[in-house]
Every structure is written in C-alpha cells, then in structure tokens.
Design a protein around this ligand. Structure first.
Ligand code: MRU
Length: 370
C-alpha cells in the first residue's frame, strides 16, 4: 500500500482513505510523517479500532470511516435471508461503531445516515416475504455501500465549498496573510481537501498566503506531524511553532487570522475542537485577530444547545507522558489528558460552512442553515 502515498507526491489530494468495494484502507496517521503505510480494515470492528486508536482521526474522516464500517458489516450478510435478523445485526454494528470516540459529532451524523437507509429498506414488510430472501438483502447491501460512497464523495465537495467561502470574507486580491492553525483539519482529517486547511488551500490557490503558523498541538502533535506533512507536500509556506508561542507572534502583529476546524458545534455556536483551541481563541480576541472555525454543517449538533453539553473525550495518560514515541516522564507522574476544549461563540468571528459564512448572533443564524 505504500505506493498509494508515494504516488501522491506533489499533489494536494492526500488519500486518507481508499475504499475498494471489499475493504477500507486507511493511511496510518500514527506513523506519519515518517512512514506512509496503509492499514486494511475488512470488518466494522476493525474500523472501530482504527478510529479509537487514531489510525484515522479528524471529525469528517471519522464519519466517513464509520459509514464504511457499516458497509463492511452489511457485506458480511450477503448470504443472510431474514430481513429482521439483518436489521438487528446492522443495528448492533452501528451501536458498536458509535462507541468508538465520543466528541466528533460527524461519527453519529454519518451513522444516522446509514441507519436511515437501513431502516427505510428493511421496514417494508409488504415487499418482503416473512423470511426475506438473499436477493432482497443483497440489494439493500448495495444501497448501504452506495450511501457510504456518497458520504465520502460529498465530503470532498463540501470541503472545497468551505474553502471557497473564505472569499466572501476576504475578496480575492494581492494581499497576503499569515494564518495560524491548530491541530490538523486537513485532507487527513476528511475525505480530502480539509476544512481549515481547505480554507488555507483556497487562499493559497489565490496566492493570498504569506505563511502558515502551525501549532504543534501537544500531546498528539497533529500540527507538527500531520498539518506540516500536508503543507510541505503542497509547498505552502509554513513554520511549526510550539503551542506556547502563539501569543508571541500575535503580540508582534504577525498573525492576520486564525483558522481551525471543529469536532462539534453546538446550536449556539460554541465549538469543541482540539485541546488548546480555546486558549488560541482567547489570545486572538485579546490581540484582535479574526478567529474562524471552518466546518461542514454536519459538524453542527443542533440538538446540543451549548458547549457545556458537549462530551469531552479523556485520552490515555501516556499520550502526555510521551512526546511522539519518546517517554519524557515516568508513569508514576500524574497527568490529565482532555482531548478537546470548547471555544465560546463570542470568541468566534465566523463559522465558515459549505452553505456560507455564519456570523453572530449564532443561535439565530445557525438555525437558518437547517
Ligand atoms: O483527536 P483528533 O485528531 O481526531 O482531533 C481532530 C480535531 O480536533 C480537528 O481539528 C477536527 O476534528 C476538525 S477536522 C476537519
């Protein structure tokens, strides 16, 4: 599988996931940037482990992978005849996949889409004999696979639209901007192009990027390992900085805007994203630097009223005790490892979605998107 990554040299479209109709191949993001290898998942359980273990990460990429997890579960049922047996098997796999990670709402959104297809096609008793038959099940399986493929395809288009919508705020011009980003909201975090990095890609396409300041994003180093890898391959000018350097650069007037992704946006605009985003937003507000969240509408959880209700994943302590694979403190040292924080809506200049940029008052303007 190594060749997939190698073939992509110099192209923007890093292949985060590759579906071949029978298996899902995921670039192993734990190994980047030193090794470009793919891991093959041929069951829903393997997809769930890949999500939990961070082989694949980033809200939209988790959603797309989970959808393929459902497709893989369905493919195991080719020889099944009973419709209700099929429906309850699929329901158990959806529940298992939903348990993979708690914060990114795209996981639940994608599973809900898959469930809708399953429910629609298994709840038509008049079209099925009581015991069903394999022909019917096979046609339902093909709808399920198609839906996962649609979710993947739509994601790339959505990200390009998000990227393009930055030009509703910054008109195309000869101006060049220094942009700070946190974590990785790039092609690796999506089915392609990225959300926050999609905005940066679009600005770069219009020659409007002076440089990108990439927060390294401790403890998991998504910025230093993944965002830097993407920007380097695409020749977008960038520097990695440690997380505690953002204030230094903002105080010197060297940051023109901050663009980050999101794992879950509450109905009032409060936004959960990678731990450290809240601190960056507070700095941006203090130094009057515009702070943008770039995310698809599927990241908005209209049923969660405000950020306080967003579940925050607590990750293993050892991620903090080590920097990449190098342990820097013994395991008797107590640590905490919340993986996300919530940026209050008042710190956000705009939320850039595929349907356009949304400004305050967020509760009102977000509602209009639905
Ligand atoms: O723990 P991770 O790496 O899955 O966290 C990812 C982020 O916080 C991203 O910024 C977010 O999912 C947006 S990805 C387009």
């Amino acid at each position: 599988m190594e060749s997939i990554a190698k073939d992509m040299q110099g192209k923007f479209n890093v292949k985060t996931l590759v579906w071949d109709g029978a298996a899902l191949k995921l670039i192993d993001q734990r190994k980047l940037p030193f090794e470009e290898i793919y891991i093959e998942c041929s069951s829903a359980e393997e997809v769930s482990s890949a999500i939990r273990d961070m082989v694949v990460r980033g809200a939209p990429a988790i959603g797309v992978s989970a959808a393929y997890g459902v497709a893989l579960a369905a493919l195991k049922c080719k020889n099944l005849a009973g419709i209700s047996e099929f429906a309850s098997f699929m329901q158990s796999k959806i529940e298992m996949l939903a348990d993979s990670r708690p914060t990114a709402v795209n996981l639940f959104w994608a599973l809900e889409r898959m469930k809708t297809i399953i429910d629609k096609n298994t709840a038509l008793p008049q079209s099925f004999p009581p015991n069903g038959h394999t022909g019917k099940i096979r046609s339902i399986i093909s709808f399920i696979v198609k839906e996962a493929e649609n979710i993947e395809k739509e994601d790339v288009k959505i990200n390009r639209d998000i990227g393009n919508n930055i030009f509703s705020i910054y008109k195309k011009s000869s101006a060049k901007y220094s942009i700070l980003t946190h974590c990785n909201a790039g092609a690796l975090a999506t089915a392609g192009y990225g959300t926050a990095l999609g905005v940066i890609r679009s600005l770069n396409g219009a020659s409007m990027v002076k440089e990108v300041l990439v927060d390294e994003t401790r403890p998991y180093l998504q910025g230093a390992r993944l965002t830097a890898w993407e920007l380097y391959r695409e020749k977008i000018p960038f520097f990695v900085i440690t997380d505690n350097m953002a204030a230094y650069f903002m105080a010197r007037g060297e940051v023109d805007m901050v663009v980050v992704g999101a794992d879950r946006i509450a109905a009032n605009g409060d936004t959960a994203n990678k731990i450290g985003t809240l601190g960056v937003s507070i700095l941006a507000k203090y130094y009057k630097v515009p702070f943008y969240v770039a995310a698809p509408v599927s990241t908005i959880d209209i049923n969660t009223l405000c950020g306080k209700s967003i579940p925050i994943e607590q990750r293993p302590e050892d991620e903090v005790r080590a920097v990449y694979e190098n342990t820097v403190m013994p395991d008797y040292i107590p640590v905490k490892n919340p993986s996300f924080d919530v940026t209050p809506n008042e710190n956000i200049t705009a939320i850039i979605t595929e349907k356009g940029a949304v400004f305050a008052p967020y509760a009102e303007n977000i509602k209009r998107l639905f």
